[in-house]
Design a protein around this ligand. Structure first.
Ligand SMILES: Nc1ncnc2c1ncn2[C@@H]1O[C@H](COP(=O)(O)OP(=O)(O)OP(=O)(O)O)[C@@H](O)[C@H]1O
Ligand SMILES: CC(=O)N[C@H]1[C@@H]2OC[C@@H](O2)[C@@H](O)[C@@H]1O[C@H](C)C(=O)O
Length: 368
């Protein structure tokens, strides 16, 4: 396949409710599923503390309660109602459980109901087909990262790092036009990013996160705990590989006896060290590491990451992108690819047996 396609571009509304449980991001993107033509409006619909509690109570389950399913659908419908002019919706849902090695992953929320409520076709359940074909079902943003690398005019390998609840890294060779082709991409989850620090802040201070990394900046990381954390078998696995949000929950116990500031510094240093470890898997050194996701606002984390890698570490805003909305855009892009019958993952991004297009399509007025 060449880098250009003749299909008519569509406006997709991509929706992401991520592992940090902070809310729903929605972003419009005009694409033919290959090329990015235009970025459109965005909306963030936060989850309030009571809603976040509802999610936390069901993390790790394989069937969301009716109340939670309704919350997910309502929050998405509220966010989508603030935007207009889209042809279709890419609906990720909320990951409540992820066990790809057991062949299952679960994103709560029903796309068929969202199609009824919004009157637009909804592409959803992006991860199941990949997992059923032996893949990790994650990360899925890499095909979009490949399109972005071409969009920003990269001519040599670059990498994207998403710092959400969990971190994920994509190495891209933009000279390979087809993202499914061998050598175009290598992608995997790096380790815990914001989730452990968020959990610490919530437990110790009743706050959602360490704003700007201020508390971590006051502390001293315990590098013995960091080194011990890096002995986790996950870091010895070859990519592709992926994580559940709570896979590293145990690290919180390791910092139990430290002061709040030292504990925050240690968990932040652990997130940074897992990025440094991840960079060792890149097939060639990338020209730059472009950072997206909420963690790029954490200056202490960004400083620690920059100290541990050999290339410039830059927020994606440096190349004109929106790091708060990039994952939502990814699901708009992937939705159009699904409609066009194009693959959304490949052996080099999820470990799936062959390139595959995941996703179900629900149209309004179809029986639910
Ligand atoms: N100003 C800030 N200072 C420090 N951390 C921040 C700041 N803003 C956001 N964050 C962190 O970023 C998180 C949100 O990131 P993001 O929205 O990228 O995650 P997500 O999409 O839910 O997760 P994932 O990518 O794992 O699905 C917050 O929970 C917080 O930990
Ligand atoms: C199972 C699941 O929801 N995984 C998320 C999570 O959050 C970050 C990381 O872990 C990544 O693997 C993925 O999200 C992004 C959007 C992805 O699929 O690319």
């Amino acid at each position: 396949m060449s880098g250009k396609s003749k299909a008519v571009p569509l406006w997709g509304a991509g929706c992401m409710s991520g592992t940090s449980l902070d809310g729903v991001d929605v972003a419009l993107l005009k694409t033919d599923g290959v090329t990015i033509f235009e970025f459109g409006g965005t909306v963030f619909r936060p989850y309030d503390p009571a809603e976040q509690e509802m999610f936390r109570a069901e993390l790790g389950t394989w069937q969301a309660s009716e109340a939670l399913t309704e919350l997910i659908e309502t929050a998405h419908a509220e966010a989508l109602a603030q935007l207009e002019g889209f042809d279709l919706i890419g609906f990720h849902g909320q990951t409540l459980n992820h066990a790809p090695d057991e062949g299952r992953t679960y994103q709560a929320g029903d796309g068929a109901i969202l199609a009824e409520v919004t009157g637009a076709p909804v592409i959803w359940d992006f991860r199941t087909a990949d997992v059923e074909m032996g893949g990790q079902g994650a990360p899925l943003a890499p095909f979009y990262h490949h399109a972005l690398a071409r969009y920003i005019g990269a001519t040599e390998p670059v990498a994207f790092l998403n710092l959400g609840g969990v971190g994920n890294l994509t190495w891209i060779d933009p000279t390979v036009a087809d993202p499914s082709a061998p050598g175009a991409l290598l992608a995997f989850d790096t380790g815990p990013a914001n989730a452990p620090v968020n959990d610490l802040m919530r437990a110790r201070r009743g706050e959602t996160h360490d704003a700007d990394g201020a508390l971590a900046a006051e502390g001293v990381p315990d590098m013995e705990i960091v080194a011990k954390g890096l002995e986790h078998p996950y870091f010895y696995k070859m990519p592709p590989k992926s994580l559940d949000r709570n896979d590293f929950h145990g690290v919180l116990e390791a910092v139990e006896t430290l002061s709040d500031a030292d504990a925050a510094a240690t968990l932040t240093a652990f997130a940074a060290a897992s990025v440094a470890r991840a960079m060792e898997h890149c097939p060639t050194p990338p020209a730059a590491l472009y950072v997206t996701g909420g963690g790029r606002h954490n200056t202490t984390l960004m400083r620690m990451i920059a100290a541990g890698v050999d290339c410039p570490v830059l927020p994606v805003e440096e190349v004109g992108l929106d790091g708060d909305m990039l994952e939502a855009q990814a699901f708009a892009y992937l939705a159009v690819r699904v409609l066009r019958g194009l693959p959304t993952s490949a052996p080099s991004t999820t470990g799936v047996r062959a390139a595959i297009g995941g996703g179900r399509v629900s149209r309004p007025n179809e029986p639910v």
